[in-house]
Design a protein around this ligand. Structure first.
Ligand code: C5P
Length: 401
């Protein structure tokens, strides 16, 4: 079945990019319908958008012909996803407060479908407390967001956060929410980020993992249609569209949340789990004035990858671990497959600047071979790995162990 996307174009200079977005959505095989606000029509014409979708564009809540033909309730329901791009401060404010005084806002109030917003506005408007309040409220209401990005603004010399995400990014986020693709119906778990292990109520042990690679993998799996749970330690990253994020702190919480995600088709363990935790987390803040230095004795954390890899009925069909090595990468990674019982290892050489950086160079090691990938962006590594996973899950007969 081809997916149906309702694109709501708001009134902002970024509206011209929404014409490109229409083209990119159609390239994926989606059927696209367009609603334009009155302000949007000052930036691009309904004629241009209509020519690209191949049907007339909807603009008016009170137009007799439009409302009797396809009313706002039908527009709101006869689709699989609503994309609002550009989502202006005004449209966000209306949606956050349930206003419905034009076709676009009425559709947003009437829908029971997932909504993806791509905000675009001047950085000061984005940073304004009212917009941030609306943004938080819309997220709490279950709407998804892509962007805004940081960069040059249309106004001369202005820079900041407020640029609309690029059409390709919006398309990818839309695909993730449409739950369609080669991994449709497959359940995936990704662990990401660091864990933090309490010393006392205010102090902890942790590491420098940014979570970027894991978040990118979760996004890439969702873009291929998988049902993705992302179990994440504390990071600064937003949950990718279409991904269910479960926030955890300690390794033990991460293990519990990972086991709660079973049954799974694939588990990708990217988290930098702390190997040890303070054996006893103090209930009260440790006092500095006590005689002598406090000694922290450590206890070993559970190995989440090894636990999920254990043979049994519940074992995911494909379990993938990561290995950060600084020497003899392949040899150490192979030993890790054997030790942990997983199927594949994505090994990287972290002797350079990979940790926390935007790029990664990996070696994908399967039981029957190894493949060195060229150095590429973490997003590209994620997409390539997701494609490998999709190929493996579609060709592999159900594993019995
Ligand atoms: O043993 P090492 O930490 O090098 O193994 C790394 C791999 O094991 C990663 O996939 C990491 O997410 C996973 N791991 C885990 N639980 C641990 C330690 C590592 O899942 N306690």
């Amino acid at each position: 079945m081809s997916k149906r996307v309702l694109l709501v174009i708001g009134g902002g200079i970024a509206a011209y990019k929404s014409l490109d977005l229409i083209r990119r959505l159609k390239e994926t095989g989606a059927a696209v319908r367009v609603v334009m606000t009155e302000a949007a029509q000052r930036f691009v014409t309904p004629l241009a958008a209509g020519a690209l979708v191949g049907e007339r564009v909807f603009t008016d809540l009170f137009d007799q012909t439009q409302e009797f033909d396809v009313g706002h309730i039908r527009l709101a329901r006869e689709c699989d996803l609503i994309v609002v791009a550009p989502a202006t401060a005004d449209l966000m404010a209306k949606a956050a407060n349930g206003l419905a005084n034009d076709l676009a806002s009425a559709v947003l109030l009437a829908t029971d479908k997932p909504v993806l917003m791509a905000p675009a506005m001047n950085p000061r408007m984005w940073a304004n407390a009212a917009t941030q309040r609306n943004f938080a409220r819309l997220q709490a209401d279950g709407l998804s967001f892509v962007g805004p990005n940081e960069g040059e603004m249309a106004e001369r010399g202005e820079r900041g956060v407020g640029r609309m995400a690029e059409p390709e990014e919006i398309r990818d986020a839309a695909l993730a929410l449409l739950n369609d693709g080669p991994l449709k119906g497959k359940r995936a778990l990704v662990t990401a980020g660091p864990t933090i292990e309490a010393i006392d109520p205010v102090r902890f042990l942790s590491n420098r993992s940014s979570g970027r690679q894991g978040y990118a993998i979760a996004a890439a799996l969702a873009e291929l249609g998988a049902d993705v749970t992302l179990v994440s330690g504390p990071t600064n990253l937003a949950a990718p569209p279409g991904v269910k994020r479960v926030g955890v702190e300690s390794a033990r919480e991460m293990l519990a949340a990972s086991e709660a995600a079973l049954p799974l088709d694939v588990a990708v363990m990217v988290a930098a789990v702390a190997d040890w935790r303070p054996a006893q987390a103090a209930d009260e803040k440790l006092k500095k004035d006590k005689a002598g230095l406090p000694a922290i004795s450590l206890a070993e954390n559970p190995d989440i990858l090894a636990t999920l890899s254990k043979p049994g009925k519940k074992r995911p069909k494909l379990v993938i671990g990561f290995a950060a090595e600084t020497e003899n990468v392949e040899e150490h990674a192979r030993a890790k497959i054997a030790r942990k019982g997983c199927d594949w290892i994505v090994a990287n050489d972290v002797s350079g600047d990979v940790m926390g950086g935007a790029e990664n160079q990996v070696l994908l090691i399967k039981t029957d071979g190894a493949e060195a990938w060229p150095r590429m962006a973490k997003d590209a590594v994620a997409r390539k790995l997701a494609a490998e996973i999709a190929a493996a899950l579609s060709s592999k007969p159900r594993r019995r162990s």
